[in-house]
Design a binder for this molecule. Structure first.
Ligand code: IPD
Ligand code: CA
Ligand code: CA
Length: 256
């Protein structure tokens, strides 16, 4: 797997560097939906990563947020969020990331999330554990929601759908120690993997938001699932991640 992981790390770091270089410059913002924006940095990072992976792995499929969809019916699929946290980035709020996953026959086998501002690199290989800057990570040992710091997020269609997460949000905020909304699903998951958060849930995330980081949570020793406790579908519309110990309690609160 190292043959795939090292190139993913190399190009994730390069894209992160580009994000930092461009952070202070004025950006052109386009709207993809009512609140869903894209900057030229999202597009430049996608091009950088896709060109690199196409060159290294010409037979592989690639799916990325800003439009790349290369389908050669390969058993290998790269899934990329070139800039997770675009709204943060466009407001110069210093939390955003690059997320790169490699799937084999539909299952994530490599996950790389790079947060350039803190120079934090999260990496997991299927069966090989999870690392933060080369050191093994584990989730927290928090035993109940009452003592937990939990994260969530809201989809761009929050104003237009009934399943807008407000019901879950209002229940959790009354039951947990602290609830955060950072605006970067991939780092929410990685922070759950390394014990900064005890759990995370969100609706309507896309595969590029979660493919890499869900593997990182699992490989760190945490648990990921759908809202009924069944296996996570990275192409589905709900994700719950936790340290494992508070998972059942979180599932109960989501079902209330
Ligand atoms: C968004 C972030 C955010 C989540 C949104 C995502 P983007 O991704 O991960 O945390 O709440 O649902 O769309 O657009 O910044 O890549
Ligand atoms: Ca994203
Ligand atoms: Ca993005």
């Amino acid at each position: 797997m190292r043959d795939y992981t090292q190139p993913a790390i190399e190009i994730a770091k390069e894209a992160g560097q580009l994000q930092i270089e461009k952070l202070k410059q004025t950006r052109t913002i386009e709207y993809k939906g009512k609140f869903n924006i894209v900057t030229e940095v999202d597009k430049a990072c996608e091009k950088l990563i896709v060109d690199f992976l196409r060159d290294r792995f010409p037979s592989h499929d690639i799916l990325a947020e800003e439009g790349t969809d290369i389908d050669k019916s390969s058993e290998w699929l790269w899934i990329i969020d070139p800039l997770d946290g675009t709204v943060n980035y466009s407001h110069r709020y210093p939390l955003f990331s690059v997320s790169i996953a490699l799937l084999n026959k539909g299952r994530p086998v490599v996950g790389v999330v790079y947060e350039p501002n803190r120079d934090e690199l999260f990496v997991a290989e299927k069966g090989g554990g999870a690392l933060l800057n080369d050191k093994p990570i584990r989730p927290s040992k928090t035993k109940d929601v009452y003592s937990s710091m939990i994260a969530t997020g809201f989809a761009y269609n929050v104003a237009d759908v009934d399943r807008n997460n407000m019901n879950h949000f209002s229940r959790f905020i009354k039951k947990c120690h602290a609830l955060r909304r950072d605006g970067v699903a991939s780092t929410d998951l990685c922070y759950t993997a390394c014990g900064r958060y005890d759990g995370f849930w969100e609706l309507f995330l896309r595969p590029w938001d979660i493919a890499a980081a869900s593997l990182i949570v699992e490989e760190a020793g945490g648990r990921v699932s759908s809202f009924n406790g069944g296996p996570l579908d990275i192409f589905g519309d709900e994700i719950l991640a936790s340290n494992g110990m508070i998972h059942e309690e979180m599932l109960g609160i989501l079902k209330e």
